[in-house]
Design a protein around this ligand. Sequence first.
Ligand SMILES: [Fe+2]
Length: 251
Amino acid sequence: MVQYISRTLWNLCQKGFRQFLSQKGGLFESESSTYTYLLADTNTKEAVIIDPVLETIDRDLKLIKELGLNLTVAVNTHCHADHITSTGLMKQRVAGLKSAISKFSGATADIHLTEGDNIPFGRHSLTVKETPGHTDGCITLVTGDQTMAFTGDALLIRGCGRTDFQQGCAEKLYHSVHEKIFTLPDECLIYPAHDYLGQTVSTVGEERKFNPRLTKSMEEFVELMNNLNLPKPKKIDISVPANLVCGLHHV
Ligand SMILES: [Fe+2]
């Protein structure tokens, strides 16, 4: 189903809809291991970008220009702690671009999203599913045909986002994944916000069967998540305040 072609690659998941990818699956930012995703209607050229990173804004805008896309919305899956979003700067550089984030993120944006909202691009759209637990304002974005889900930090490939800061709650995350993501079709592709091992894509069916954390009982999951003892993300003290204002005024 995923077709890799030369350096700029795409997953042609239905006629007239493309996800533009780089060698590593999404548009990868190596310092925070973040994937940015660019989705476009190939007929109307309207496009949406998911989780763009400040450090890679020039790469992303160059690709958008090369492909002749009209970027209408930059959406963040949550208020990130490990990197600064390029959304605010992108708004200054792309006329008419609107920012979007969950209403429950606490962050400013042109569009505050809630459960069931649609982000249209041409004949296509992304539907918002609220998947809190890593943060209160985490969302998963699902394509209209339910063939692709952009899960942010709620569900990673064989993992999940941590739940020990920014309103993190393991119990909430467990419910979110089981009720909002694992109920999607088995073959729905999972595109996470991060991967630290070079993995690019999974499916709902695979994660439901093999995710070592989310296949546990809720009690076991909560116990595990509450005892990860991970170090604090290096950039949390600058990233979170900056991301509350779309990544602007970060210095
Ligand atoms: Fe995060």
